[in-house]
Design a protein around this ligand. Structure first.
Ligand code: DGP
Length: 120
């Protein structure tokens, strides 16, 4: 089956992380290497490696991740000014940890979503 990552250990609280939210479906914790004043990762408690591995059975979890992302943003006081959600997938998406996660980024004006398209 799928190979566990460090995120499973964080979810089970076997290693320390700054967990800001947890319920029976998902966990939210602060990124170890923040790219913005607020940088929280929202992950399913079950191991789904990438967005490519998502099926209809995960519909509730994925919807829940988005709803909770907005609730965490509110709690972190970044709702009004705004924030960004990112899901990286596989190599071209620069995914490092193969446990599906949403990055919630905010707390300052973020730059452009991507840099200019590189010439071939
Ligand atoms: P991605 O490139 O989308 O797979 O992002 C993975 C993120 O996970 C990256 O921003 C750094 C973060 N990260 C990696 N290892 C740890 C860890 O052990 N603890 C925490 N809190 N975050 C981690």
């Amino acid at each position: 089956m799928f190979k566990e990552t460090i995120f499973s250990k964080i979810i089970r609280r076997e290693i320390l992380a700054d967990i800001v939210y947890q319920d029976e479906l998902i966990t939210g914790f602060r990124d170890i290497s923040p790219k913005a004043p607020i940088h929280i990762l929202i992950v399913p408690n079950i191991l789904i490696p990438t967005l490519n591995d998502v099926t209809i059975v995960h519909q509730q979890i994925l919807g829940h991740m988005l709803i909770i992302a907005s609730k965490i943003a509110y709690k972190e006081k970044i709702s009004k000014n705004g924030y960004r959600l990112i899901i990286n997938c596989n190599e071209h998406g620069a995914q490092e940890i193969y446990h599906l996660h949403i990055h919630l980024l905010g707390g300052q004006r973020l730059g452009p979503m991507l840099t200019t398209l590189k010439n071939k």
